[in-house]
Design a protein around this ligand. Sequence first.
Ligand code: PFF
Length: 445
Amino acid sequence: MKIARFSKVGFILAAAGSAVGLGNIWKFPYITGEYGGGAFVLIYLITVLLIGFSIMIAEMLIGYLGRRDTVSSFEELAPRNKHLWKFGGFQALAGLFVMIYYSVVIGWIFNYIVSALSGLPSSVDEAKTVFTTMLHSDFKTQLFYHTASFMIITFVVARGIKGGIEKLNMVLMPMLFIIVGVMFLYATTLDGFHQAMEFMFKPDFSKINSTAFVTAVGHAFFTLSLGMGAIMTYSASLEKDQNIVKSSLIVVALDTGIALFAGLMLFTFLYQYGGEPSSGPGLVFISLPSVFYQMGVLGNVFAVMFFISLAFAGLTSAVSLTEPMVQYFIDRFSWSRLKSSIMMGLFFYLVGIIAILSHIDGFASYLTWGSRNFFDWVDFLTAAFMLPAGGLIMAVFVGYVLPKSQVEKVLRPQLGRAFGTWYFSLRYIAPIALVIVMLNLVGIL
Ligand code: PFF
């Protein structure tokens, strides 16, 4: 099966588009807020550098060598036990699971763009009422925008790597960088910026417990789009002479940069106008709109810009979450791209409706188990369990199963003397850290 190729810039923007997502602008700031700031950011940064970067290179390598959908790539590359290793490729399923709630959240964002055009809530209380009313009682609005999100994502994926995914990223990513850049620059002129810097970069380790640790590592994987076959699937369409290490480095740098910029900008606005940094998932949907209100007309413009940038970030990630399984059905079952895209889209669309219902009064109690409802369970299990598991499988596969000579042939020229360090981190540091995370998880559950 021949897969269309990305252009070089197209690949980098698409991989960065996958990495830079709701995780950076919505999730990162609120979990940083929840776990008290600096110490959490530090764990996250260390994980990104020590583990994330190594695994990113490994994931790109599998795609690059395998050149097929995730399942076939594992199967073909494994020197022995092919039928067992092919299950490694089913990490792509995690992407579809993430889409169950990701599409719903993109829907909320669409809704916020439209309502920010007409006006903003004048206080935190009002903003809270707006958000909770949408979340708990407005099934129709959520369904409407979830449908819109499903249609856009399915349409782009159905158009394929070149005509859909690459084009989307070539347009949206530069716009996203500009919007975040402009808003960040404005934030640096405000007094609240110093407080935001202190909050994010002054570690207070008393706030760190094992849940914080697991969350930070899980988030490092989530934000870099690792462990779900997204980067692997994109890399199957790499030009033969593209440099994997450089590409990984650029993607990791862009992703981390955007998370830190977005975090600093949000916390600056919050400190400047008296919002709460630890307000949870509602941070950008509750605290921020009322903060924008206080900025006057500029706030209105900023609110629309902000939610548009969030939508762009979300959409470019969503296509990468859907594409791996789409590719799988094309490659293994000879489905047409259109059929495959629609079927995968329908999966997350329909199950996504359950995710919406799990917040709606009257349904929520049936869809809640323990401390989490269906929506939160999907989020938690994918980010805290499936991604680290996917990462572990890749680390073991590239570190122990693929013949070293095959790995070295591609990466030695690109990594030079750093090859040994990378290989060591992949064989020892990453697996040990990932096993610790997963063991910890058992305790948390
Ligand atoms: N990296 C994306 C984000 O930060 O929102 C989410 C994501 C996309 C995770 C693709 C995993 C993935 F394979």
